[in-house]
Design a protein around this ligand. Structure first.
Ligand SMILES: *Cc1c(COP(=O)(O)O)cnc(C)c1O
Length: 379
């Protein structure tokens, strides 16, 4: 039996369905399934939300990353710095674009790339860095941008986990030459299937991504004119309708995530769990609530036995994944140690305070070295 699920996507769907039902059915029965005003209007809303000039809807976040690299002219012979602690797609997109990933270690506190680890990974062949706003938090953007500027390399944001995250009051998506979002159903803004977007304030990058994602057709060219070899990676009309509907709720849902995370932090301090640090300049949107503990695997099994679903993001750092090992260049001790200890606790907008309390009470019980009497109530 599930006591606390890891997430609840159906609750979000139920909440927005009345607002999108008419448009959804009109699209289905009108048979305009590709492109059209719903896609254009979501793209405008999403660019504005991020504080950027353009958004180009694509099929998923991985394509957003790969198409951004290609649109920025990065390919064979070029190196792109990627943090070791990220979803495998960040590095895989670099390889798929024909370039070479170089892995950077992360901060032991935030588990994000730092200016120092970026600097250490840059070589004369480096053309760009993928800054990943992992778990919903942006890293030290001022420091990272200074290092990138100094080295003359491009910044691409992997903002797949960071819809609405901010650094010093500026939104994720507004910093890089291009920023890549995933709208995979479980992300903070999720479609009813796969979807993604590239956000940029450089018109030529937006045009190039749009052409690459639509069989190489340029703006104004006919259906049968193809100026580059592209692919098919478009945002579906039905997904755009769902995304506009959810975007209207995103700030409320994010606020709830932040409240739930504060409740976790409060109750978990003193249990011996290590919490991920949050920088004062960051607005953390808590895509994931990640803790660290030495006995991760045992505790995860015990939580599962009590109906509490958890995740691990990520158990193997990218540079140790078999197909990416050939790009590894030595050990990255912080990322490697963290991978043994990371545990993602349930956190989703429709989670109740009671559900947070249950998770914290069970965790307190399972960590006997730090047991406190009130934590034993439910067990
Ligand atoms: C989800 C995710 C991606 C990939 O997005 P998809 O839409 O699943 O292709 C890339 N990077 C990070 C950090 C992610 O969390």
């Amino acid at each position: 039996m599930t006591t606390v699920p890891f997430t609840d996507l159906a609750a979000m769907t139920k909440e927005i369905w009345p607002a999108i039902e008419r448009d959804y059915l009109a699209c289905l029965l009108g048979a305009g399934y590709i492109g059209g005003p719903a896609v254009e209007s979501f793209e405008r809303e999403w660019a504005a939300y991020c504080g950027a000039d353009h958004a180009v809807g694509v099929a998923n976040g991985t394509d957003a990353l790969q198409l951004s690299l290609t649109a920025l002219g990065i390919g064979p012979g070029d190196e792109v710095v990627v943090p070791a602690n990220t979803f495998v797609a960040t590095a895989a997109a670099v390889v798929r674009a024909g370039a070479t990933p170089r892995f950077a270690d992360v901060s032991d506190d935030t588990l994000l790339m730092t200016p120092e680890t970026l600097r250490a990974a840059i070589t004369p062949r480096t053309r760009a860095v993928m800054i990943v706003h992992l778990y919903g938090q942006m890293p030290d953007m001022a420091g990272l941008l200074a290092v990138a500027d100094n080295a003359g390399i491009l910044v691409i944001e992997d903002a797949a986990q960071a819809h609405g995250a901010e650094w010093a009051g500026r939104r994720a998506g507004s910093f890089g030459a291009a920023a890549c979002f995933s709208f995979y159903p479980g992300k903070n803004l999720g479609a009813f299937g796969d979807a993604g977007a590239v956000v940029t304030s450089r018109p030529e990058v937006a045009d190039r991504v749009r052409a690459l994602a639509n069989h190489g057709r340029s703006h104004g060219s006919s259906h049968y004119e193809h100026e580059v070899v592209g692919t098919n990676s478009r945002l579906d009309t039905l997904q755009a309708i769902a995304l506009s509907g959810k975007l209207a709720r995103l700030d409320v849902w994010t606020q709830r995530r932040i409240e739930l995370a504060a409740r976790y932090r409060d109750q978990l301090s003193g249990t011996g769990l290590k919490l991920v640090g949050v920088a004062p300049s960051a607005r953390h949107v808590y895509h994931l609530f990640v803790v660290r503990l030495a006995e991760r695997d045992r505790v995860r099994v015990e939580l599962g036995r009590r109906g509490i679903q958890t995740g691990v993001h990520y158990p193997v750092p990218c540079h140790l994944q078999p197909p990416l090992r050939r790009f590894a260049d030595g050990a990255l001790p912080v990322a490697e140690q963290a991978a043994q200890e990371l545990l993602s606790l349930p956190l989703f907008p429709h989670m109740t305070d009671d559900q947070v309390d249950v998770v914290c009470e069970v965790l307190g019980y399972l960590l006997p070295a730090t047991i406190s009497p009130e934590f034993t109530r439910v067990c």
